[in-house]
Design a protein around this ligand. Structure first.
Ligand code: GDP
Ligand code: MN
Length: 386
């Protein structure tokens, strides 16, 4: 789960990492009040789950509260790379002497947290990595040992931080960042820029924060930070119903049971010249009710032109899946054609049930490849009609 800048900064502050004071606003009026409370110059920052907000015009300085209100009016409602700004973070403006970069991610290959640090911050870190790889310090921390003061010293020394006071603050901050990363089960904590003020104070000016979804049960406070409105309606419905759902770009909605089968179904659709619109994984078991939920989620995606149901019955019983499909067709209005391939446990029984009921927009095919061809064909027809 990705956090907004202001949420990441809240966690930073909790772990003792210096950040600027600020307040959240959903309207220009709230922005004015927040700016009044802070006093003086402020910066109005779009809160969206994407980077590059500054370049897109989503970050603006304001001299006083009435200017903050005006800037918030400009920024609220703005579309930044497909993300509509619904909230702004009003922060006490910082004076910037230098912009550095510091992050901590999890390196799966090494099975260790990985620090990255450079004094060439503020800009795209990918650019620094490509053009000045020598300027980017990479340092793993053995999780059995944890963060040690020498890690901090290596970051600043290898990064070429000349000023002793600055180096000391960055070393301390790195230790706190490690505590924050481990303590919140993060996968990424990034500050770009990490600034040095003209007075020599070091502070995180931006935050990018990703928490491991599988650890959210341990962190109710972080789990509550999820902004349901930031997700499309079908993703929201999937989450509520506990359905595994992933949105893609094409036209064929895909329903399968088990990650492996679903992945190969995506491949087969591509092989026969189609594109998946999304996929749902029913997982093992596949109760009739689960099938109804998944179909409801898939058909809520307006891009879906046809649906490919690919079931291999192991623990999942095909007759139970067939029952779910028929039940779903009774309960929800499904305009798209559905192509079903059932194989494995009780497949014959399942196919017989579907054939007997014979709903008009339901097709059964004997193999995965035949079914994929049919689904892609039917998606094409619907596209032409529409
Ligand atoms: P991003 O564009 O989404 O990465 O947003 P950032 O929070 O990193 O802000 C982008 C840039 O805006 C920073 O690199 C700074 O140069 C500038 N900026 C942000 N906050 C302040 C501030 O308080 N004072 C000043 N002078 N500039 C700021
Ligand atoms: Mn940034």
């Amino acid at each position: 789960m990705d956090l907004y800048e202001y949420q990441g900064k809240e966690l930073f502050a909790h772990y003792g990492i210096p950040v600027s004071d600020g307040g959240l606003a959903a309207t220009p009026e709230e922005a004015r009040v927040a700016a009044e409370e802070l006093g003086g110059q402020v910066v109005v920052k779009a809160q969206v789950l994407t980077g590059g907000r500054g370049k897109a015009g989503g970050i603006k300085l304001a001299e006083d509260a009435s200017e903050a209100e005006a800037r918030a009016r400009d920024i609220l409602g703005m579309d930044i790379r497909g993300h509509v700004v619904r909230k702004v973070w009003i922060e006490k403006a910082s004076e910037i002497a230098k912009e550095y970069y510091l992050s901590l991610t999890f390196d799966r290959g090494e099975k260790k947290p990985l620090f990255m640090f450079t004094t060439q911050g503020g800009v795209d870190i990918e650019e620094v990595a490509a053009e000045h790889p020598e300027a980017l310090v990479r340092l793993h921390v053995d999780p059995r040992v944890g963060f040690q003061p020498f890690h901090g010293r290596r970051l600043t020394q290898e990064g070429g931080v000349a000023d002793a006071g600055e180096a000391k603050q960055i070393q301390a901050l790195a230790g706190k960042l490690y505590g924050c990363f481990v303590g919140s089960d993060a996968l990424l904590c990034e500050m770009n820029p990490l600034i040095v003020t003209p007075a020599g104070e070091v502070r995180a000016l931006d935050s990018k924060f990703t928490v491991d979804d599988n650890a959210l049960y341990k962190h109710p406070h972080i789990a509550e930070m999820r902004d349901l409105e930031a997700y499309p309606p079908e993703e929201r419905a999937a989450r509520e119903k506990g359905v595994t759902y992933v949105k893609l770009d094409g036209e064929v909605g895909i329903l399968g049971n088990g990650a492996g089968l679903v992945m190969s179904t995506l491949d087969v659709i591509a092989i026969v010249g189609g594109r998946p619109a999304n996929f749902c994984d029913l997982g093992g078991g596949g109760s009739a009710e689960g099938v109804v939920d998944a179909l409801e989620v898939i058909t809520a995606d307006p891009q879906v032109q046809s649906i490919f149901f690919n079931i291999f019955g192991g623990i999942t019983r095909c007759d139970e899946v067939a029952r779910g499909i028929l039940q779903a067709l009774e309960q929800i209005d499904i305009a798209q054609s559905i192509v079903v391939r059932l194989d494995g446990t009780n497949a014959e029984e399942g196919r017989r049930m579907l054939q007997e009921a014979a709903p008009p927009n339901l097709h059964t095919e004997p193999t995965m490849l035949d079914a994929a061809r049919r689904a892609v064909e039917l998606a094409g027809e619907t596209v032409e009609v529409a």
